[in-house]
Design a protein around this ligand. Structure first.
Ligand SMILES: Nc1ncnc2c1ncn2[C@@H]1O[C@H](COP(=O)(O)OP(=O)(O)OP(=O)(O)O)[C@@H](O)[C@H]1O
Length: 490
């Protein structure tokens, strides 16, 4: 059964999924943070990209925390794309958490708990751990075979050397097994992690390179290490505060975390190793008790003081931020004051609107006091040229070959309707093309799908014409603006 599941997973992962933003590979800036016209999947929107680049630089330098940025702009002007670009440009070690504000309203946990979890997913902890390793060139592996099979456990001796010294170590059955697994022989340069006994083959010693007439391309030659055989080495683990929270609430043994003094750091890695990172993704997390978090924060603060850990403030992106209510906004205000807070990037396409949970209106539906804290970046509507280029990139991303004429028509549709609608038509037109056994998407395919699927303007127009036939229709013809969209909203 387990095997079956595994092979199913493999099959599934072979299918490459194309998401709305999969063509975005960064912000497309040069080293001076100047936006390139078309780069890393990004087109136009130069001033917003440049501003995002400055924020990114602040994050990378890691010195500031608790700043908040608002990306405001009309629908489909690339707010989420810019946030994705920021995420892609951050190194793997800087956490990036992304939520849509509506996600925090659930019956399973309170809104503020959901927000708190998102905050802590965006705060990284780089934990440094010292471990002892034995590193050197193997001179000899000598295994004493028991006279009678199975009579006693195998024992043996391992002789290792560096350029300066040589040492002999007694081997137990477990070590013999590890060395056997790695096929360790004399002339190999190996490292043995002392606490776990894990053997890593670093390569073959240069001094042995003449031993062979023919050497396979996979053989790696390394220098015989110098200095002591036994060394202390630093290992770095990167986890988020949320991951530490989850592990602790799972094993429910903060006590074990707290009881570790010198070995506190290795406690994290031991739990990671024994429970595995996968443990983090299974089942519901539920609410995490405040005292668990408090204790973890105290412990992390201690590690920081001892130089064993560093905080890496990441990015928390909250899309559709106008969906948060007044309680959440007040939570955000306070959470941003915390010295470990991540950079919070929020986005909205709303104008002046009601703050959820109140009767008051405010720009973007965000209370003025929070708004005052935000660095505001605006996105601008796209030019025809930009739309054409984005559609071109999307065609490449979706592996769709499109005739120049058809691209021009699609760009025109994008200008008249919306960029999103035009992007959606790419896949549909490619299917229409496939159906007529064509290889290249032509005008006829675009026209076909344009007539099959309505854009917002035509859909509204249709509603205005046939509203009597629909239930509970309240709009009268004169209600709307030119294209009737206001009437639809009302
Ligand atoms: N400058 C850009 N370069 C490349 N692709 C872009 C750019 N701007 C937007 N896109 C693409 O256009 C589509 C719509 O953009 P996006 O979802 O980022 O808009 P948005 O401003 O977040 O919209 P909304 O306000 O409706 O959430 C996405 O597929 C996005 O990747």
């Amino acid at each position: 059964m387990a095997d079956l599941k595994l092979s199913e997973t493999r099959d599934l992962t072979r299918i490459e999924r194309i998401g709305a933003h999969s063509h975005i590979r960064g912000l497309g800036l040069d080293s001076a943070l100047e936006p390139r016209a078309v780069s890393e999947g990004m087109v136009g929107q130069t001033s917003a990209r440049k501003a995002a680049g400055v924020i990114l630089q602040m994050i990378k330098e890691g010195r500031i925390a608790g700043r908040a940025v608002l990306i405001a702009g009309q629908p489909g002007t690339g707010k989420t794309a810019i946030a994705m670009g920021m995420a892609k440009s951050l190194g793997l070690e800087t956490p990036f958490a992304m939520i849509s504000a509506s996600e925090i309203f659930s019956l399973e946990m309170s809104k503020t708990e959901a927000l708190m979890q998102s905050f802590r997913k965006a705060i990284g902890v780089r934990i440094k751990e010292e471990t002892e390793v034995i590193e050197g060139e193997v001179v000899e592996v000598q295994i004493d075979r028991p006279a009678v099979a199975g009579a006693a456990l195998k024992t043996g001796k391992l002789t290792m050397k560096t350029t300066e010294m040589e040492g002999v170590y007694d081997l137990g059955a477990k070590m013999i097994e590890s060395l056997g697994k790695e096929k360790v022989q004399s002339g190999d340069v190996i490292a043995i992690d002392k606490p776990s006994g894990k053997v890593t083959k670093l390569g073959r010693s240069f001094s042995r390179s003449r031993d062979y007439d023919a050497i396979g391309p996979q053989v790696r030659f390394v220098q015989c290490p110098d200095g002591e055989l036994q060394k202390r080495k630093e290992i770095v683990h990167c986890v988020t505060l949320h991951e530490i929270d989850v592990i602790n609430s799972r094993v429910d043994s903060v006590a074990s975390l707290l009881s570790c003094t010198s070995g506190a750091v290795s406690w994290v890695s031991t739990v990671m190793l024994t429970q595995g990172f996968l443990a983090l993704f299974t089942g519901d997390t539920g609410e995490i008790r405040a005292e668990v978090r408090e204790q973890i924060d105290t412990k992390v603060a201690e590690w920081r003081e001892e130089g064993k850990a560093e905080i890496v403030p990441g990015v928390l992106f909250i899309d559709e931020v106008h969906m948060l209510d007044i309680e959440c906004f007040s939570f955000l205000n306070r959470a941003l004051e915390n010295e470990m807070a991540p950079i919070v990037v929020v986005a909205t396409n709303r104008g002046i609107t009601t703050i959820r949970g109140t009767n008051y209106k405010s720009p973007h539906g965000i209370p003025i006091d929070l708004l005052d804290r935000l660095l505001i970046i605006t996105t601008q509507p796209y030019t025809k040229d930009d739309i054409g280029k984005i559609l071109d990139i999307r065609c490449q991303e979706e592996d769709v070959e499109m005739a120049e004429e058809a691209k021009a028509l699609l760009t025109h549709i994008g200008v008249e309707t919306s960029l999103r609608y035009a992007i959606h038509l790419i896949t549909a037109a490619a299917l229409a093309c496939q159906k007529r056994k064509g290889k290249v998407v032509e005008n006829e395919d675009i026209t076909r799908v344009y007539n099959l699927f309505l854009d917002v303007k035509r859909s509204t127009q249709y509603l205005m014409e046939y509203q009597e036939q629909y239930m509970f229709s309240e709009a009268s013809i004169g209600d709307g603006d030119e294209d009737g969209t206001n009437a639809m909203r009302s």
